[in-house]
Design a binder for this molecule. Structure first.
Ligand SMILES: [Zn+2]
Ligand SMILES: [Zn+2]
Length: 277
């Protein structure tokens, strides 16, 4: 049987609601599915509060993905199998979400300031059920309104670092992310190390209290996979993997179940949530 330890829902930048994602995972015959939305555990909390987590028909693992920046490199940190009602974790995700809304407002002011006829409500309408508004939503709205030719152009000319409507991101420090996940009872995992684009930074990050490395990932080729597997084994870390499924058209993988890992890799992160009140 197959499992997937890296997926996103409408609680971050995925297009399926948690209910739809779980249904798609069952449809694909997955045994374990981890929901790893950016900066939030609200998707899992929502499933729990709706009585859909835990589920009898599929093993759901609570997860999260934090984005950090280290010397200009994007370092993503996954967390698994923690207390979804941990207070420190909740406080940090609230802080990250508030800073995201601030950033959105500042971005809109900058766009309006240089004459773009776009409003916050245009973007919110475009974002639909998404609970987390980011640059991609702004870019898509600019395209929809005919103000730029493509999402790529929106980033290139306006929203990217160095462009007139760029607003810096508040990011969590990697050590803080790892500590938060550990203190909530979870396991921090270094996400898709290839995308860090610098193995020296990867090695340096692994000095933190990580429990695993995401060795199996759609953008890792055979050689990358072997290299990161060896690194995990050398350091006695768990091997993990996932598809990073977003249900975004044209973004690989297009469906759940195309990129999976063996159940043995997911099982260590599954503990039935009896402790929840
Ligand atoms: Zn990531
Ligand atoms: Zn992801």
């Amino acid at each position: 049987m197959a499992s997937d330890l890296h997926t996103h829902t409408t609680f971050s930048d995925g297009r399926l609601t948690p209910e739809e994602l779980v249904a798609a995972a069952k449809e694909a015959g997955l045994s374990y599915i981890a929901i790893t939305d950016h900066d939030t555990v609200d998707g899992i909390r929502h499933l729990y509060e709706e009585g859909l987590y835990p589920s009898k028909s599929i093993h759901i693992i609570p997860g999260i993905e934090f984005s950090c920046e280290v010397d200009g490199h994007d370092v993503h940190i996954l967390g698994y199998d923690f207390d979804i009602y941990n207070q420190d974790l909740a406080d940090k995700t609230t802080e990250l979400s508030e800073s995201r809304w601030d950033r959105f407002s500042q971005m809109m002011e900058k766009l309006q300031g240089i004459g773009y006829a776009i409003t916050e409500s245009d973007v919110l309408q475009m974002a639909g059920t998404s609970k987390s508004i980011g640059r991609a939503h702004v870019a898509r709205t600019l395209v929809k309104k005919g103000l730029v030719g493509s999402v790529h152009e929106a980033f290139d000319k306006l929203l990217e670092y160095g462009q007139p409507c760029y607003v810096p991101h508040y990011r969590i420090d990697p050590e803080e992310a790892v500590t938060l996940i550990r203190n909530a009872g979870g396991v921090p995992v270094l996400a898709h190390p290839k995308l860090v684009k610098d193995d020296a930074t990867v090695e340096r990050m692994l000095e933190l209290d990580f429990g695993g490395i995401e060795v199996y990932y759609p953008k890792h080729d055979e050689e990358d996979t072997a290299r990161y597997k060896a690194l995990a084994e050398k350091r006695g870390l768990l091997l993990t993997g996932g598809s990073d499924f977003h249900a975004v058209p044209h973004r690989v993988p297009l469906e759940l179940g195309i990129f999976t890992v063996p159940d043995e890799l997911a099982a260590p992160f599954f503990h039935p949530p009896q402790g929840l009140q």
